[in-house]
Design a protein around this ligand. Structure first.
Ligand code: HEM
Length: 259
């Protein structure tokens, strides 16, 4: 059943105070106000939602009404107008073309890549444990995830691109200086695309799927610049999120050894 939002939902009278833990603060408010509430967070009036009916309402039924915020515009400076940044009809068109790269069968086909990268890391850590040498979990996880992401995206071209993208693991700050080093890597992606086109090479990796994708209305493929933005987006979106999640998992396991 569709929920119709006809009035402003209540929420906490006091603004979010930066000294508090944001997640705990949000959880307390969910308990007090239910699955949707209005709040002031970092100086903006926001609606905080939880629950599939609101995801459906915002993302599927009324997506035309919602715009992405300032933070996303800053991401656009780094990644161009890929899925993270684009909006409205253009986003929908791109999303439809990219979706097949993430169908269940496509993900299943990546299992070997994921398993092999993890197996190599386990071996490294087991050796370190035997030799009583410490490991840098953050760095190791980041490198392993980057390998999985780049092989998934670039397939046989992995060895060509990998050394250039190492900056994502070796550099942890995400400031303007990082942006200056990262942005030009789009040219490298463009080169890989141009080489594949020149050699008439069709690949089953994610870049290959995106190069073959056609808009269902116009029958057109993605312009090269857009292709580069989408690939740069997938590199960052696929790497940082997964690496951070696994990093925290190891930290939490270290604090809860019985688990
Ligand atoms: C634990 C891992 C991950 C987490 C926690 C995560 C989280 C998220 C979240 C919260 C969003 C919504 C952002 C928004 O629109 O406000 C998102 C979108 C997105 N993620 Fe992930 N993600 C993960 C892994 C990945 C991976 C592995 C990839 C690709 C290889 C990826 C690619 C994307 C893309 C392209 C979008 C934009 C989708 C669109 O708007 O159409 N993510 N992710």
């Amino acid at each position: 059943m569709t929920t119709r939002l006809t009035q402003i939902p209540p929420g906490p009278a006091e603004k979010y105070d930066r000294s508090q833990n944001l997640l705990s603060w949000m959880m307390c408010n969910f308990k007090e106000f239910g699955d949707i509430y209005r709040a002031s967070i970092y100086g903006s009036d926001v609606y905080v939602v939880s629950g599939p009916q609101y995801a459906d309402y915002i993302l599927r039924e009324n997506w035309q009404n919602y715009k992405k915020g300032q933070a996303i515009k800053r991401i656009g400076l780094l990644l161009g107008n890929g899925l993270m940044v684009s909006e409205g009809k253009f986003w929908k068109k791109q999303r439809r073309m990219i979706q097949p790269a993430f169908h269940q069968e496509a993900i299943v086909a990546l299992t070997n890549v994921i398993t092999e990268a993890n197996a190599a890391l386990i071996e490294k850590w087991e050796r370190a444990a035997l030799e009583n040498v410490s490991v840098n979990i953050t760095l190791d996880i980041s490198q392993m995830v980057l390998e999985v992401v780049l092989i998934s995206l670039f397939g046989d071209d992995y060895t060509k691109v990998a050394p250039h993208f190492r900056i994502l693991s070796s550099e942890s700050t995400r400031d303007l200086q990082f942006a200056q080093s990262f942005r030009p890597l789009g040219n490298l992606v463009a080169q890989v695309v141009a080489n594949r086109r020149r050699e008439n090479r069709v690949s089953t990796d994610i870049l290959g799927v995106l190069m073959k994708a056609r808009d269902r209305e116009s029958g057109q493929g993605m312009p090269e610049r857009q292709l580069v933005s989408e690939i740069m987006t997938l590199i960052v979106a696929g790497h940082e999120t997964t690496a951070n999640t696994l990093d925290w998992i190891w930290y939490l396991l270290s604090q809860n050894a019985e688990v």
